[in-house]
Design a protein around this ligand. Sequence first.
Ligand code: PMP
Ligand code: GLN
Length: 381
Amino acid sequence: SASKLPKVGVTIFTVMSQLAAEHGAINLGQGFPDFSVPGPLVDALQRAMLEGRNQYAPMAGIPELRQAIAGKIADCYGCEVDPDRQITVTSGGSEAIFDVVHAVVTAGDEVVMLDPCYDCYEPAVLLAGGVPVHVSLDPASFAVDWAAVESAITSRTRLLFINTPHNPSGAILESEDMQRLRDLLAAHPRLLILSDEVYEHMVFDARQHESVLRDPVLAARSFAVSSFGKTYHCTGWKLGYCVAPAELTAEFRKVHQYNTFCSFTPAQYAVAEMIRRHPEHHRELPAFYQAKRDRFREQLLGTRLKPLPVPGGYFQLVDYSAVSDLDDTAFCRWLTTEHKVAAIPLSPFYAQAPQGQRLARLCFAKNSDTLDTAIERLKRL
Ligand code: PMP
Ligand code: GLN
C-alpha cells in the first residue's frame, strides 16, 4: 500500500468535534475543559512573552520548569528525580508518547497495549516498525487481566503501555497491579514500561494515584508521561513531560531533539511559576473534579443512561442499552445530530471492539451550566 498507515483515518475526536460544531451540539465528546485557565497562569504567560521569553528554550526544557516538576514529583510521590538527567519537557503527552516509542522500539519489536486504549499508541508503534499486540482489559471493570498480559509478553516484547487513570474508562491501577508489573519486569529483562499518567491529578474518593515513580523498581524501567494540558485546563498549550532513568532519557532526547527540538517557551516559564507559587492547584484538582463527577452522575440518574463507576480522569462512561440498540458509533452520531449532545464511541479505542457493547464516553470537564443543558437534552432520550 502507498500509505504507511492504511487503516488510519481521521481521529474520532476530530470527527465528533466537527459533527458537534455542524449541528450546534454541546460537545461532551473530545476531552477538553470549557472553563478558564487559572488567572495566575495566564498572567504568567503574558508576562513571559512581554519579558521576551520568545526564543528557543533549551532542548530538554527550561531548568526552572524541570526543577518545578521534580519538586512536584517529590511532593506527590515521595521520590527524587534528577531534573537535568531524568526530566524532558515535551509538546504535550502526545509528543512524549511518540518519542518514547521511537526511542526504544526497533523494527519487529512487539509492543503490548491494553484495549480499549488511547488512539495514538498504535500508529506510533507502526511508524517505528513495531508490532502492536493488543490485550483486552476486563470488559466489565476495565481492570487489567494480568494473566492475559503475561501470556502476551515474549522475549520480543520491548514495551508495555499502561494508562492510569485510564482513558476512556476512568479505571485506575491499584497497588496489586503495580506488584504484578514488578513481577513482569523481573521475568522479562528487555521489557520497558510506558506509563501514561496524563490524568495523574484526577484520582477520586481519597484513593492514591499509582505512579510508577513511587516505586524505584518500576521507575528504573519506566517512562512516565504527563500533560499540563490536563492539569491546568489548557489542552491547547500542548505542554507535557516525560520522566525516565538517565540512560533512557538520553535515548528519549535523541528523538525529542529532532522531532520538535523544544516546546513553546513562554508556557514553560508560566507553568514553572504556577507550580512554584500555586502548588494548591494540583493538590486541589482531585476534589475539584470529584465534585463535577458527583454532580454529573447524580444528574444522569434522571436519564435512561446508566453511568459506570469513575474512579479517576474526567470521562464518564454510560451504558445506553436502555435507550437504543444502535452500535456505539451510530449512537454517538445520532445523539449529536438529533439530541445535540456529542459523545465519543468506545469502539475506536479497540483493535477489535467487543460485540454488542453499548457504551459511550462523556467528558465532564465542563461548567455546571454546560452539563445542566446537556442533562436536559439527555433526559429526553
Ligand atoms: N494520553 C491520554 C490517555 C490522553 O487522554 C491524552 C489527551 N487526550 C494524551 C495522552 C495526550 O496528551 P496531550 O494533549 O498533552 O498531548
Ligand atoms: N485526549 C483527548 C480525548 O481523549 C483528545 C485529544 C485529541 O483530540 N487528540 O478526548
